[in-house]
Design a protein around this ligand. Structure first.
Ligand code: FEO
Length: 172
């Protein structure tokens, strides 16, 4: 059974993950509006990942006898100055999510909730990849600079990003 403090914090994480999906959906719209369909596809895959993350946490709350309480989702930013600015915002957001997960893990440890602490290990590991993938895009866009040919190639490569695997809701 989840303790109230842990349940509250996990519900907060569901909101963070659903907001992440919302933010990246807004980036899909931005990239479509500037005709960068490959980057839009990359962000669509990111939306799917975040939906899976939100669902995993929600299912975990319910599996532990807690109550999933869905909260309002904040309005995400709608426009960015450039593709680089959008990916930099995505990286900053992932760093924020990493911090949220670190705080959750610390709480699970201090509450001696080892089931939650173990559950969160998957997310902590996943964040390494999430930050690395996004940072890779930031770095490549920096290298491309103002060269439209390089941007075209990067956009095409981003369009090849595969869909995330659909895992069992509370599994890895
Ligand atoms: Fe759910 Fe991108 O972290």
């Amino acid at each position: 059974m989840l303790k109230p403090k842990m349940e509250e914090a996990l519900n907060g994480q569901v909101n963070e993950e659903v907001f992440s999906a919302y933010l990246y959906a807004s980036m899909v719209s931005y990239f479509e509006s500037v005709n960068l369909k490959g980057f839009a596809h990359w962000m669509r895959m990111q939306v799917l990942e975040e939906q899976i993350h939100g669902q995993k946490v929600g299912e975990f709350i319910m599996a532990r006898g807690g109550r999933l309480r869905l909260r309002a989702i904040a309005e995400p930013q709608q426009d960015w100055a450039s593709p680089s600015a959008a990916f930099e915002a995505a990286l900053q957001h992932e760093q924020h999510i990493t911090e949220c997960l670190n705080n959750l893990s610390t709480l699970a440890f201090s509450e001696q909730d080892h089931a939650t602490r173990t559950f969160l290990e998957w997310f902590v590991t996943e964040q390494v990849e999430e930050e690395a993938n996004t940072d890779n895009m930031v770095q490549q866009l920096k290298l491309a600079g103002d060269a439209s040919g390089a941007l075209f190639l990067l956009d095409r490569e981003a369009g090849q990003r595969p869909a995330p695997a659909i895992a069992a809701p509370t599994g890895a």
